[in-house]
Design a protein around this ligand. Structure first.
Ligand code: URA
Length: 261
């Protein structure tokens, strides 16, 4: 397509304006009028054809479809495949990758974060952007690593949601509800000794509470029948470095528990 010089400059100005408004990437070829979309009836994502640019809503899971699907997964590879083939969560349509996990499935510690961000969406692995780098440093401070082979030094990492929410918005209640059976099955298959619940969404889903980490941290609780510790999300710690002191205390609690064997 050839452009007149004035068209080129107009397009450039429009792009600059969008960047100014916060657009940081292109996720579809066709522009979507979100105001227009709001007036359309909600679409049941489970049965709808793939429409990358359509705005759809994730329905709740009253029939227990995801529970049944998840329960049928006999190992982690089956669970990964089930997620990759699952079309019942609208987030998947805007995502580049299904972000399943990273680390060592034999680890004693399983870390549950929130949802992939931009870097994770591109690379298909959890916690590899800025907050992931901080998480790695925090873990290294107590002798743990996602790359360790020995289960006692290793961690296994996943998220409440395997797909990036648009503009990194918080996961919606219905998204968390639909995906929860997959997460529960994931935990069952890994059978960790302890869970580290990173940030509010994983705490809300697994401890079934509306309380945030500020309230929940500092004591061992139980999630999915496993001892669980709540800790601030590294993205929050990057914005609020004064909270690192509390996060450090929580890491030491984790280390003390692991040292007990
Ligand atoms: N934040 C999360 O909670 N998970 C990721 O994978 C990346 C950022």
């Amino acid at each position: 397509m050839t452009m007149e010089p004035h068209e080129y400059h107009e397009a450039l100005a429009q792009l600059a304006w969008q960047v100014e408004l916060g657009a940081d990437e292109a996720i579809g070829v066709v522009a979507v009028d979100r105001y227009e979309e709001k007036t359309k009836p909600a679409v049941v994502a489970k049965t709808v054809e793939k429409q990358p640019d359509a705005v759809v809503e994730t329905p709740p899971d009253p029939s227990g479809v995801t529970a049944e699907l998840a329960a049928g997964c006999g190992d982690l590879e089956a669970l990964r495949a089930a997620l990759e083939g699952f079309d019942g969560c609208a987030l998947k349509r805007g995502a580049r990758n299904t972000v399943f996990s990273d680390g060592n499935p034999a680890a004693r510690v399983m870390i549950i974060g929130e949802a992939p961000g931009r870097d994770e969406d591109i690379q298909g692995k959890p916690f590899i952007g800025r907050s992931g780098q901080l998480l790695d440093k925090m873990l290294a401070a107590i002798g743990l690593s996602r790359n360790a082979e020995a289960p006692e030094d290793a961690v296994y990492i996943t998220n409440v949601l395997p797909w990036r929410p648009p503009q990194n918005r918080d996961p919606l209640d219905e998204e968390k509800a639909v995906m929860k059976p997959f997460l529960m099955r994931h935990i069952e298959l890994v059978k960790p000794q302890v869970l580290l619940l990173v940030g509010n969404p994983s705490n809300q889903v697994l401890l079934e509470t509306n309380q945030g980490v500020t309230r929940l941290r500092g004591q061992w609780r139980e999630a999915a029948g496993i001892p669980a510790l709540s800790i601030f999300h590294p993205a929050y710690l990057l914005r609020t470095p004064a909270k690192k002191r509390e996060a450090w205390a929580d890491l030491l609690m984790l280390k003390a528990r692991l040292d007990e064997g």
